[in-house]
Design a protein around this ligand. Structure first.
Ligand code: NAD
Length: 266
């Protein structure tokens, strides 16, 4: 169902790898709500091809950009503004990858150059995106910038490894840069802390399926799906949330405020 919440707005969506990706659902919902969007992902993800299917369906363009490259980000923002014939109203950073997790290095045996790369991809890229857009003056007044996070930024989930620190850094960038964006253009910057979700990034974490079932039981509303996360993102891109900024917003079916759920003991 469409409410026309993003009618006339333009946005860039990072991170739609396949139809399970949270960003894939956000792109579909943004299109449904009347936005014009540009899709982007790392060149290696573009070669996998699924994003082209989404682009055809939404009749939009795909511009490759490695989110750790300032040059790629500048090109992405400049070309997007050319396509839109104006500035940008919203951006979604939906990017995460841990080299140590992918290569199965334990948290107590971290390889630090991989850790730096993990931070660069999963968190510093968010600062780079915001700084590039800031310097290019690429955002419209009252725009919205959003990134996806996870509760391991606040609590310990051992198998999440160095992604925990990545998310803590990501959320901190949202607060710090949120100040500057608010002062410059009344643009808001937030992170959504999402439930475990069955995607490529999610299932890279050890024991993910068991943990997914545990979180589902711990959350009185159950785990929030990728589709419902997309709905929440749309609300934050819309004009209905103009005064929400510098927040980490839990979208987790109540998980973050639970201590113990009897369902887990059953
Ligand atoms: N799946 C979960 O359980 C879950 C829970 C909470 C938060 N999140 C977060 O949601 C976001 C999206 O993840 P997802 O679950 O949809 O998985 P996903 O694997 O579909 O998306 C991750 C995306 O990051 C992109 N990416 C990796 N390196 C990149 C680079 N250098 N430049 C540009 N893009 C790059 C990948 O190509 C991919 O599209 C991530 O930030 C993730 O940490 C996921």
């Amino acid at each position: 169902m469409s409410f026309g919440l993003l009618k006339g707005k333009t946005g860039i969506i990072f991170g739609a790898l396949d139809e399970n990706s949270i960003a894939w659902h956000v792109a579909e919902r943004a299109h449904e709500e009347g936005a014009r969007i540009v899709l982007t992902n790392a060149p290696v993800a573009l070669r996998m091809g699924a994003i082209q299917t989404l682009a055809e369906k939404l009749q939009t363009e795909v511009i490759g950009a490695d989110a750790t490259s300032e040059e790629d980000l500048e090109n992405l923002l400049t070309r997007s503004m050319e396509i839109f014939g104006g500035k940008i109203d919203f951006m979604l950073h939906s990017i995460g990858m841990s080299l140590n997790v992918r290569k199965k290095r334990e948290y107590t045996d971290i390889k630090y150059d991989w850790m730096s790369k993990t931070f660069d991809i999963s968190a510093i890229s968010f600062h780079k995106l915001m700084q590039t857009a800031y310097k290019l003056d690429a955002m419209n007044d009252w725009g919205s910038i959003l990134a996806l996070s996870y509760i391991a930024a606040q609590r310990t989930f051992p198998d999440y490894s160095e992604m925990a620190e990545s998310k803590a850094l990501l959320e901190s960038f949202a607060r710090s840069f949120g100040y500057h964006w608010a002062k410059k253009k009344n643009v808001r910057v937030n992170t959504i802390s999402q439930s475990p979700t069955l995607t490529t990034a999610g299932s890279g974490v050890k024991g993910f399926d068991e943990f997914f079932a545990y979180a589902d039981k711990m959350s009185p509303l159950g785990n929030a799906s990728a589709e419902s996360c997309a709905d929440y993102c749309i609300s934050l891109f819309s004009d209905l949330t103009r005064m929400v900024t510098m927040q980490n917003l839990f979208h987790d079916g109540g998980f973050s405020n639970m201590g113990m759920a009897p369902e887990v003991l059953e």
